[in-house]
Design a protein around this ligand. Structure first.
Ligand code: C5P
Length: 239
């Protein structure tokens, strides 16, 4: 099945404290959006659509200009919406009809290795119409009440941290958004509400969501350290 990638980049990213939307904050001279689109292209989808802030369409086009035509894959920039779910839908509508599998990726997870895109896409099937990349939880997680007192300790073995890209059969993604879209902070959560199965594949620590200035410092060091043992940091370096 042909795969289309939707990259949502239309948020303001106010927690980062930058004076541009998060997707345009730079690491080693390149905007986060550039890293996100490059990783998506390296997984060789049929098409990539970026939902950018309506006020920054030119900036988005400029950010990815050098990547256009890479591997002959079309990259389209479209205006996102007021909520994340609106951005997902706006971009999905632009994907060619042949893309029966849609990967929805946050531009904020700019350093996600392309292998994660490939794993997620490969795991989407008719029986498993939604797939999320996950990491095990290493900390103990406690549920607390409104006063901060511990109610119980969660069973860590059953918990996972969820990342993006999340993969869907296109018809399922659209139906989930049509019925429950206003609740969308997590697309797979909408599919759960349809009562359908959501599968998991291994995520990657590099798929961290750049949210705070500290995350940005970390990303700067990550990209700078081409010899970071055992990592694909070298592949991240702008070339
Ligand atoms: O705000 P948050 O960090 O949860 O946003 C996750 C992703 O969704 C970001 O990549 C952001 O750019 C995107 N987003 C969007 N349109 C919105 C809000 C968020 O594309 N209206």
């Amino acid at each position: 099945m042909a795969v289309g990638v939707v990259i949502v980049a239309a948020g303001s990213g106010s927690r980062l404290g930058a004076n541009v939307p998060k997707a345009f904050v730079t690491v080693a001279g390149r905007p986060l959006l550039w890293y996100a689109v490059r990783a998506a292209l390296r997984s060789r989808p049929a098409a990539v659509v970026v939902a950018a802030p309506a006020t920054h369409l030119d900036d988005a086009n400029e950010a990815i200009d050098a990547l256009r035509g890479e591997h002959g894959i079309p990259v389209q920039v479209v205006p996102g919406g007021a909520e994340r779910g609106d951005s997902v839908l706006a971009a999905t509508r632009w994907l060619p009809a042949e893309c029966e599998v849609v990967l929805v990726h946050d531009a904020a997870r700019a350093f996600t290795p392309s292998e994660v895109f490939e794993r997620v896409a490969a795991a989407v099937t008719a029986q498993t119409p939604a797939v999320v990349p996950v990491l095990p939880v290493v900390d103990t997680i406690k549920v607390v009440d409104a006063d901060g007192f511990v109610v119980r300790t969660a069973d860590r073995d059953t918990l996972r941290i969820v990342q993006t890209p999340q993969g869907f059969r296109r018809d399922v993604l659209l139906e989930a958004h049509r019925l429950h879209g206003s609740l969308a902070t997590d697309d797979a959560g909408l599919v759960e509400r349809l009562g359908l199965r959501v599968g998991t594949v291994p995520g990657d620590p590099m798929a961290l969501k750049v949210t705070t200035p500290e995350d940005l410092d970390y990303a700067d060091r990550l990209v700078a350290s081409a010899d970071w043992a055992g990592s694909s940091a070298a592949a991240l370096k702008p070339s």
